[in-house]
Design a protein around this ligand. Sequence first.
Ligand code: 5GP
Length: 127
Amino acid sequence: MTYVYDDQNIFAKILRGEIPNKTVLETEHTLVFEDIRPQAPIHVLVIPKGPYVTYDHFAAEASDAEIVDFNRAVGAVCQTLGVTADIGEGCRFISNAGEHGVQEVPHYHLHILGGRRLGRMLEKAAG
Ligand code: 5GP
């Protein structure tokens, strides 16, 4: 595969400490921080520290340790934020990829949105 990672993207700058962020959780391979333009009462972004462009890139090329760390961070932060679907009221996980996915920042990130009922996904086709 030939994904090209742009190390000048905004999340790479956050990882290098060049831009501040509101960190929710940091682990060996993963950073979780608040989205700067929240679209729900709870809106955080989970990113791997490695240079991956999209979910498919991460899933194909990240190490097992990175993938486990990322997913465990998602589980931990959902507990912390109280958005698990068992004792909490649930949330939505979104990862936009590439042009059709309307991805703004070309560093893989998982949005976790919650704190209110979010409505159905993809209600309109406009993009
Ligand atoms: P995408 O459209 O790529 O899935 O989402 C990118 C997200 O990154 C958007 O929700 C946007 O608000 C967020 N974002 C963009 N720049 C910054 C930034 O400098 N800091 C933080 N915390 N979030 C950002």
